[in-house]
Design a protein around this ligand. Structure first.
Ligand code: MG
Length: 158
């Protein structure tokens, strides 16, 4: 059994949709970045790579590569799952937390978890997505960005 940890942070900018876990959340601003900047999916992908010590997301999907411009991060997540599978890894569960001052995410957490579970081929009860307010503190509290953290466990054959 392996454990992987992932973290990601993106700036909140105007003129972009806010996509978290593949779900578009109603918001005046969205996250800036090369892909759809889905900070939650990126954290889960980083955790998956970490479980098998496969480096970080930037190594596998460089932001200089036009193939990944504007692409859904669920596609990146599927690719990462394939990398893990090719090394005999089977994802067991995901536990993730989104750190956002605004918007409030409680109503969308179930949809995010369902979308991630579907993408990862997991039963819904094996994917946990939680939200945490930074209580007005620091760059997250000032609504300059949204961060996400994720832990995964992976069973490796052999
Ligand atoms: Mg990212």
């Amino acid at each position: 059994m392996r454990v992987g940890f992932g973290f990601d942070l993106h700036p909140l900018v105007t003129g972009r949709p806010l996509v978290l876990g593949g779900v578009t959340v109603p918001s005046e601003r969205g996250l800036g970045g090369h892909s759809d900047a889905d900070v939650l999916s990126h954290a889960v992908a980083e955790a998956l790579l970490g479980a098998l010590a496969l480096g970080d997301l930037g190594r596998h999907f460089p932001d200089t590569d036009p193939r990944w411009r504007g692409v859904s991060s669920l596609v990146l997540l599927s690719h990462v799952l394939e990398l893990v599978g090719a090394r005999g890894g089977a994802l067991v569960n995901v536990d993730a937390t989104v750190l956002a001052q605004a918007p409030r995410l409680a109503a969308q957490l179930g949809a995010m978890a369902a979308r991630l579970a579907e993408t990862l081929g997991l039963a819904p009860e094996r994917v946990s997505v939680k939200a945490k307010s930074p209580e007005g503190l620091g760059l997250l509290g000032r609504e300059e960005g949204i961060a996400a953290m994720a832990v995964v466990s992976v069973e490796v054959a052999g």
